[in-house]
Design a protein around this ligand. Structure first.
Ligand code: FES
Ligand code: MG
Length: 602
């Protein structure tokens, strides 16, 4: 369903060839020596003076595919079609490498490298003769890293998803990325399958090139790049190997050239209205709890005010429409065939739930114009808004003396959990519990099954030291399983709270992304095992039931002892990251970086 999106001539021509940024390099009459120096080196691989000096825009293809980034590797192939499109529309393609960010392969976490890739791409786009850029997105953090860089530099930019993998199948059922491994791990532990069978199941979930086929962070962020208006309509969900993927790559290449002439820039597309649309669409697709971190970051780099209260205000009441694993049944191919993001937007529009149909998108049309007439072809995959998979699928933003902000997806609270924790008729939205505090994932694994910890159903598991500074980049470790002795008794889940993150492929009812983190001496750092906690989901509060005087005393003692302990950095970047990083609710951006805006015009 790739949409033809470009008219033969750009609708609006706002800039002239002599206004192109690249003219400063290749056609600068005030500086003939530098012009010669720039030219000879770009000529040396076969570009001609005609291409560089006749007023054609130079279009970067920011390449995230490499052998280190298998999720995005297919972009190496797709870039050929992008080049064809750029040339067909009268531009000159310039492919450049982006620092690799592969979600499952990078230690200690790929999240650490989002800001590194951001910094690198900002310098490449700013410092070289580039008039516009195609952002090749896919694996989890590649999408926000590239959108953040485009926001800072603010040259015309369009995103191109690599597309999800084909559906995985095992024993006649859909086998989804991540999700199938969590399930198979239990069968392996129970002795039902061998190591080799376990590997076979894992491999079955990854049958082709492309990003994760479940509604994890990759599908979420690719869908949201389209929801923000930064991709051609329908682009996010086309599976990587489909012919339409090559076709939309060509159209994306053509379109970016026109965007240069139209002077249509990221700040014109990613407005406050676009972010409100994206928050609503995130709830409707069942998007990852990583989305607020990344969208808040992109917004900060644009100077658009956006915080976690906005996610609750605009997103909480929106129903879940997309029936994808882990919350539902289907996978990426089904999502695309059912209509992808445009069909979701059309459903939301019909129910009057899309706040800003007039938001402009990369093809120069509005979100409403692009999507209003789309209909899902399978209403079991994309549900109608009046018969959704789930009501109120968005996040709430909790606050209190434990932290200033933390995200929770209340829609994944199971009936069993609700019965155990939220069934007091006098107090139906709140529960209290005894805190069991873990300092990082190693401490948790070490202690969780120890009967001496005396963990029971009245406990709340707390993970700290797992935030952006504590575990550089933030660890996906907050959803913790109960001790084995409780699992045997049938207690499948305990409430979890933490300053780390949670994988987009997991659906536990955890309180996540707490800011400030323990490493910033936030409330979590003052907590002691045995303290009572009170969580109120209606008041959106989370508090330590200990007096202010006692907490102040603990803070003084903590500061006197040198603050919450932070492990030694293992690389220079880890150290710089820790020194500069801002909390999760501020998007985990680097200090000062959001002050640099629209730099291509400076
Ligand atoms: Fe790269 Fe999921 S691990 S997309
Ligand atoms: Mg992840």
């Amino acid at each position: 369903q790739a949409t033809p999106t470009r008219q033969e001539q750009p609708a609006v021509t706002k800039i002239r060839p002599e206004d192109l940024r690249s003219r400063k390099w290749f056609n600068n009459p005030d500086n003939p020596e530098m012009t010669a120096l720039y030219l000879e080196r770009y000529l040396n691989y076969g570009l001609t003076r005609e291409e560089l000096q006749s007023g054609k825009p130079l279009i970067a293809i920011a390449q995230t595919g490499s052998d280190l980034s298998p999720c995005n590797r297919h972009h190496i192939e797709l870039a050929k079609r992008v080049r064809d499109g750029i040339i067909a529309a009268g531009g000159v393609p310039i492919e450049l490498p982006v620092h690799p960010i592969q979600e499952t392969g990078k230690r200690p976490t790929a999240s650490l490298d989002r800001n590194l890739a951001y910094l690198g791409l900002v310098e490449s786009l700013y410092g070289y003769p580039i008039d516009g850029v195609v952002l090749t997105i896919g694996c989890d953090k590649t999408t926000p890293a590239l959108l953040m860089a485009a926001a800072t530099v603010n040259i015309p930019a369009i995103a191109l998803s690599v597309g999800p993998m084909l559906n995985g199948w095992f024993e006649g059922s859909r086998a989804g990325s991540g999700t199938v491994i969590w399930k198979a791990r239990e069968r392996l532990a129970a002795g039902e399958i061998t190591d080799d069978q376990f590997m076979e199941i894992a491999a079955a979930s990854a049958p082709s090139v492309g990003y994760c086929n479940t509604m994890g962070t990759a599908t979420t962020m690719n869908s949201l790049a389209e929801a923000l208006g930064m991709q051609l309509p329908g682009s996010a969900a086309i599976p990587a190997p489909y012919r339409e993927r090559g076709q939309i790559s060509y159209q994306t290449g053509k379109r970016i050239v026109d965007m240069v002439w139209e002077d249509l820039r990221p700040a014109d597309i990613m407005t406050r209205a676009a972010f409100e649309n994206a928050i609503v669409i995130n709830s409707a697709i069942g998007g990852s709890t990583n989305a607020p971190i990344h969208l808040n970051a992109i917004a900060r780099h644009l100077g658009v005010p956006l915080n976690n209260d906005d996610w609750q205000t605009h997103g909480h009441d929106i129903p879940l429409l997309v029936n994808l694993q882990p919350a539902g049944t289907y996978l990426g191919e089904d999502y695309h065939r059912a209509g992808g993001v445009p069909a979701v937007v059309a459903e939301l529009m019909q129910a009057d739930l899309l706040p800003h149909p007039g938001a402009i998108t990369a093809n120069g049309q509005t979100m409403g114009d692009n999507c209003a007439l789309r209909r899902t072809s399978n209403d079991d995959v994309i549900k109608p808004a009046d018969a959704p998979l789930m009501q109120a699928a968005g996040f709430i933003n909790l606050k209190g003396n434990l932290f200033d902000s933390a995200i929770m997806k209340t829609s994944v609270i199971s009936p069993a959990f609700r019965k155990t924790y939220l069934s007091n008729p006098d107090d139906p939205d709140a529960f209290e519990g005894r805190a069991i505090v873990f300092d990082g994932p190693e401490d948790y694994h070490h202690r969780i099954d120890d009967p001496a910890e005396n963990i029971d159903e009245g406990c709340i598991l707390v993970m700290r030291g797992a935030g952006p500074k504590g575990y550089p980049g933030g660890a996906e470790v907050v959803n913790m399983r109960p001790p084995a002795y409780l699992l045997k008794k049938g207690v499948g889940a305990l409430p979890c709270i933490g300053d780390g993150r949670q994988s987009g492929t997991s659906g536990s009812p955890s309180i996540l992304n707490a800011a400030p983190e323990a490493a910033d001496n936030g409330g979590l750092a003052l907590l002691q095992t045995g303290d009572r906690l009170r969580i109120d989901l209606k008041a959106c509060s989370a508090n330590i039931l200990v007096s202010d005087e006692i907490l102040e005393g603990r803070l003084k003692a903590l500061v006197a002892a040198g603050g919450f302990p932070i492990p030694v950095s293992q690389s220079p970047w880890q150290q710089y990251f820790r020194e500069l990083v801002q909390p999760f609710d501020k998007g985990m951006t680097l200090r000062d970086a959001p002050e640099y805006r629209d730099i291509a015009r400076k």
